[in-house]
Design a binder for this molecule. Structure first.
Ligand code: THU
Length: 122
């Protein structure tokens, strides 16, 4: 299922705003009730202010009312960075499909991508 999301992420990556790195990233999330939200990386001349594609897709879902545990899967055209892995973990995404640097497609859970992860103490 999330291989299809990966293909959609490849298509949407063309909308990325990445004039500084020229590295276009797309991400597509699917909610458990079947909604789809696309995201792209959005860079800024003040470089640290840029936003990753995974975050921009998740933010769209969140602003539509989705909560941690409501997202079934995400497809990403890059191996998620460390910060995005923390986001994917917070949202408890069960299927993450992404392309590795060598072009192969990997699939993992968010928890597998962030071993020995940190949580706020209850
Ligand atoms: N990027 C993402 O959008 N997601 C990732 O997981 C890896 C990196 C973006 C951030 C920046 O705009 C560009 O790729 C180069 O780092």
């Amino acid at each position: 299922m999330s291989k299809d999301l990966y293909e959609r992420a490849v298509a949407i990556s063309q909308r990325a705003y990445a004039p500084y790195s020229n590295y276009l990233v797309g991400a597509v999330v699917q909610t458990k009730d079947g909604k789809i939200f696309d995201g792209v990386n959005v860079e800024n001349a003040a470089y640290p202010l840029g936003v990753c594609a995974e975050k921009s897709a998740l933010v769209k879902a969140v602003s539509e009312g989705y909560k941690p545990g409501d997202i079934a899967a995400i497809g990403i055209t890059a191996s998620p960075c460390g910060g995005c892995r923390q986001w994917l973990y917070e949202w408890r995404i069960g299927e993450v499909s992404y392309s590795r640097a060598d072009g192969s497609i990997a699939q993992a859970t968010a928890a597998e991508l962030l071993p020995d992860s940190w949580d706020l103490p209850a």
